[in-house]
Design a binder for this molecule. Structure first.
Ligand code: HEM
Length: 267
């Protein structure tokens, strides 16, 4: 069968002609390295058309008056990413074993592992940073009226993200399995148990039984490092999709300008 000619590339995907290197008409190693990067991106894009989605997500008009308070959502997202990365390294050493293994593995990370104390510190302090940021971000969206039509669904997704973030802090607190972790978590789960209707079921679910037992720690660990991060990542995706689709809200003090068409007819 005769081979069909390849369809022509759209202009932005065409590899630009090589730029001459220092005066001798040849390309230098730097240009070649740059070209290699462009060629790989082109190759992937030609097969996936992902650049369209990236452009849709990244190149957006933002309302006049956008200010530093609008960075709080992204700051929360980066706090989450930092927790995810440091958490992966901690998981390489952590053992959810209530008979001394959990405490010992945390002691080992802190005192023996190269940069272990630093990574653990980042994860521990990062959790507080994320909680503070998520509240500040919620405050920003509330005071700027960003919860109103058409962004109610994004507010609801945000509320779920807030609850999941608090649940991350709660489940993470037990993992060092020292006296403070044990008693604080017991108090927390018992408080949950006093909730109306669902309370007792929730506490049974968290304990993995009627009271603290051998499976409680591994249950908290699975919820902390698999279930909640997965849910948070998926919901952040939905949250950002809606932000990109609906755009961000202008600050409440920003007055609406006259549309361009009307301004152009003015004398
Ligand atoms: C893990 C937690 C969260 C992350 C990573 C996150 C991320 C973001 C980002 C990046 C934006 C766009 C930029 C900005 O306006 O700051 C945004 C917008 C928004 N977020 Fe969140 N968010 C989170 C939690 C929340 C919470 C708890 C609420 C409220 C209950 C919320 C409600 C909103 C709303 C309504 C918008 C639209 C803002 C506008 O139209 O101006 N988000 N979020």
């Amino acid at each position: 069968m005769p081979k069909l000619p390849a369809p022509p590339l759209p202009a932005p995907l065409k590899t630009p002609p090589p730029r001459p290197g220092r005066g001798n008409g040849k390309t230098g190693p730097l240009e070649e390295a740059q070209q290699a990067g462009i060629t790989v991106v082109d190759w992937v894009d030609e097969r996936t058309s992902l650049s369209g989605a990236a452009r849709w997500m990244m190149f957006r008009k933002v309302p006049k008056g956008t200010n530093w308070f609008y960075t709080l959502g992204s700051a929360t997202m980066f706090a989450f990413l930092s927790q995810a990365v440091t958490g992966v390294f901690l998981a390489m050493y952590y053992r959810p074993d209530p008979a001394g293994g959990a405490y010992e593995s945390i002691r080992y990370v802190t005192n023996e592992v190269f940069l272990g104390q630093f990574v653990r510190g980042m994860h521990k302090w990062g959790s507080s940073v994320m909680v503070v940021l998520v509240f500040l971000h919620m405050g920003r969206t509330f005071f700027f009226g960003a919860y109103k039509y058409p962004r109610e669904l994004n507010w609801v997704i945000g509320v779920v993200l807030l609850i999941l973030t608090m649940a991350m802090s709660f489940t993470g607190y037990l993992l060092p399995f020292d006296q403070r972790a044990y008693w604080a978590s017991s108090v927390g789960v018992n408080i949950n148990g006093t909730g109306p209707l669902l309370g007792p079921y929730l506490s049974d679910f968290l304990y993995g039984g009627a009271e603290f037992n051998a499976t409680t720690l591994s249950r908290f660990y699975a919820i902390h490092m698999l279930l909640l991060p997965g849910l948070i990542a998926a919901l952040i995706g939905a949250h950002l999709y809606l932000v990109a689709k609906l755009g961000t809200t202008a600050p409440p003090w920003q007055k609406a300008g006259r549309p361009r068409e009307l301004r152009e007819t003015e004398v």
